[in-house]
Every structure is written in structure tokens, then in C-alpha cells.
Design a protein around this ligand. Structure first.
Ligand SMILES: NC(=O)c1ccc[n+]([C@@H]2O[C@H](COP(=O)([O-])OP(=O)(O)OC[C@H]3O[C@@H](n4cnc5c(N)ncnc54)[C@H](O)[C@@H]3O)[C@@H](O)[C@H]2O)c1
Length: 324
């Protein structure tokens, strides 16, 4: 039987798109939107609400959860729940939900765009021309077609990247212990073990969650097994790459190029991370994977529809994305 909760009042913070409030209000919920909220104000306001919707600016710490005497659900309008203390919420019987699928297409398109940008030296060439130079020979690129791409993690984003890059003529290898060889074949990709990834791949793109088994996935050891000049794209999570080892590999040419959207610490302050960001072979973006107008609308809708389903089961087809 579908789970129902008491949700009458909802506090939306962090500038979640207006579609979220609109859907909730159309089902009779009382909604307050405070796009920018301080910790003090949140602690003062939270006892008045049954549901809290956050994006990434607000950190839902145990004291916020403690103060939320009437909270039944905390919703993250986005994929990860790094900014919510899920254990503290669960202890208080507060459900945590997220919107895992809403930004997959945006993350996929950034990944593919960065791959092309790396292949054709788009960023350094444009920077050089802006500075008044005309360095055509220096920025000769390579074609993507015919190259081998390894996708680590064939989930929502990885799958979307696979079909697009196959259409561009790449051979796609997949490493994902939770996906079968048949599923990979159905996508015209090949399931491989990790030891096949490193020597074969011209490009490696990371789309796994950051968990114990994937932390520092890319490290001194795995880098040493890679093709000289391999290119990496990380629109997954900071922490998948051991940054110290990665900088060494950039400096000695083991890694020929990298496009990084996520970092161990965000915004990055560590001098080592800053050296990676400033490295000439690197294109770095400030966690833009989900930053599109379409994804912002979709996350708000996906969260609102789940909240409505929690009080009026089966109103929308959107499945409940409960975080354990
Ligand atoms: N940069 C951004 O703004 C942005 C936007 C969207 C998603 N993301 C991140 O991208 C990643 C992928 O997102 P998604 O929506 O595709 O997630 P998903 O849960 O749909 O897919 C993750 C995949 O990783 C696989 N996996 C788990 N452990 C693995 C392991 N040890 N080795 C290899 N594969 C493993 C899973 O089987 C699954 O297929 C997540 O870390 C997510 O947080 C970042």
C-alpha cells in the first residue's frame, strides 16, 4: 500500500523553481518560499512546517531536524543528499526524498560537450584568440569518431552518454558491477572488467555515486595502467578522483586532458585542487552538471509530485525516491 504522510505546510528554500510551489498549492497545500534563508531564520521557521524542500545552499543539520517538531519529510530538489543529515532525519522518523532523474539529461549533455571541447582544444584555443593570438597549428585536435570511451557507472547519466557517443562513432566500454552484459549489449556497449578499461580507453567518464567502493577510484595505481595521454571527464562527484595523484598524472603527461565539473571540496580552496583547475590541460567548470533551466524546472516538479503523492497516493506517475 502507498505510504501517506501528514503534509499541510511546506517551506521551500534555496530558490527552487516556481513550478514546485504551483503544483503544491494546486493541491491545497500551504507553501512559503524563502529563496535565501539564514541558519538562524531556518531554526526559527522550521517548527511551523511539515515539509522542507531544499536545493544545495541549505545544509539540513541535526539541530535543524531537532527543531523541526512537525516535520514529516525533507525533500532535496536534486540528485545527491550530501547536504541533508539523513541518519538524523531517519532517527526522528522524518522521510528524506530526492529527485534523482530530473537532471540526468543536463549532466549527460555537459559530459558530451566537455568531451568534444577536450578533443578540439576549444577552451585554450578560444582563450588564445581572445588574447590576440592566431595559433592554428598549436590547437590541432583529434576526432571523437573511432575512439574508445569507457563509462564507469551505467546509470541514468551514463546510459544517456552511451547512446549519444555511440551515435558519434565511439566504441563504448562499460564498467558497472550492477549492470548485466545483456543490458550493455542492448545499448551497443560492451561490459568489461576494470583491468580492461585502463589500457583500452582513450576517454574515461565517471558516472558512479560517491561511495566507499568508488572513493579515489582514479588513483596512482589505476592511472599507471592507463593509455598514455588518456582523457578524463568527471561530471559525477568530487572524491572519485584522488586529486593529488591526478595532478602528478597531468604533470607527467599520463593524463592528456581532463574536464572536471566536481571537486573534493566545493568551492575549491585547497592549493592542490587550484593547481589542477589552472592546469593547461584541464577544463574546469563550477559544478554546472544540473544547471540548466530545464533541469531546474524538472527537479521542482518531480519533488512536488512526490509530495502530493504522499498525501494523495497515485495522483502522479512520479515514483517515490526515498533515501535510506
Ligand atoms: N555534476 C552534476 O551536477 C551532477 C548532475 C547529476 C548527477 N551527478 C552525479 O553523477 C553520478 C551519476 O548520476 P546518475 O543519476 O546516473 O546515478 P545512478 O544512480 O542512476 O547511476 C549510478 C550507476 O553507478 C553504478 N555503480 C555503483 N557502484 C559502482 C561501482 N563501484 N563501480 C561502477 N559502477 C557503480 C550503479 O550501478 C549505477 O548504474 C552521481 O554521482 C550523481 O550524484 C552530478
Amino acid at each position: 500500500m502507498a505510504q501517506t504522510l501528514t503534509i499541510k505546510s511546506v517551506l521551500i528554500v534555496d530558490g527552487v523553481g516556481p513550478s514546485c510551489a504551483k503544483i503544491l498549492e494546486s493541491h491545497g497545500l500551504s507553501v512559503t518560499s524563502i529563496p535565501k534563508i539564514s541558519k538562524e531564520q531556518l531554526l526559527k521557521e522550521i517548527p511551523n512546517y511539515n515539509a522542507l524542500v531544499v536545493r544545495s545552499a541549505t545544509t539540513v543539520t541535526p539541530d535543524v531536524i531537532e527543531a523541526g517538531k512537525n516535520l514529516t519529510v525533507i525533500a532535496r530538489a536534486g540528485a545527491g543528499v550530501d547536504n541533508i543529515d539523513v541518519a538524523a532525519a531517519t532517527k526522528k522518523n522524518i522521510m528524506v526524498i530526492n529527485a534523482p532523474g530530473a537532471n540526468a539529461m543536463s549532466a549527460c549533455e555537459l559530459t558530451c560537450g566537455l568531451m568534444f571541447a577536450l578533443a578540439r582544444n576549444v577552451v585554450p584555443a578560444a582563450t588564445s584568440l581572445r588574447a590576440g593570438r592566431w595559433d592554428r597549428a598549436l590547437y590541432t585536435g583529434t576526432e571523437i569518431c573511432g575512439k574508445t570511451l569507457a563509462i564507469l557507472g551505467l546509470g541514468r547519466v551514463g546510459t544517456a552518454v552511451a547512446s549519444r557517443m555511440i551515435a558519434c562513432g565511439m566504441k563504448v566500454l562499460v564498467y558497472d558491477p550492477f549492470v548485466s552484459a545483456q543490458q550493455c549489449e542492448a545499448l551497443n556497449t560492451k561490459k568489461v572488467e576494470l583491468d580492461e578499461v585502463w589500457p583500452e580507453a582513450d576517454y574515461i567518464t565517471l558516472h558512479t555515486p560517491l561511495i566507499e567502493s568508488t572513493r579515489n577510484f582514479i588513483n596512482k595505481n589505476t592511472l599507471s595502467l592507463c593509455k598514455k595521454g588518456v582523457k578524463f571527464i568527471n561530471v559525477g562527484r568530487g572524491g572519485l578522483i584522488k586529486e593529488e595523484d591526478f595532478l602528478d598524472a597531468l604533470n607527467d603527461g599520463t593524463v592528456g586532458g581532463a574536464a572536471l565539473d566536481v571537486f573534493e571540496e566545493e568551492p575549491p580552496k585547497n592549493p592542490l585542487t587550484l593547481q589542477i583547475i589552472q592546469h593547461p590541460a584541464v577544463i574546469a567548470t563550477p559544478h554546472l552538471g544540473a544547471s540548466t533551466k530545464e533541469a531546474q524546472v524538472r527537479v521542482g516538479q518531480e519533488i512536488a509530485e512526490q509530495l502530493v503523492n504522499l498525501i494523495k497516493p497515485k495522483t502522479y506517475n512520479t515514483p517515490l525516491a526515498k533515501v535510506q
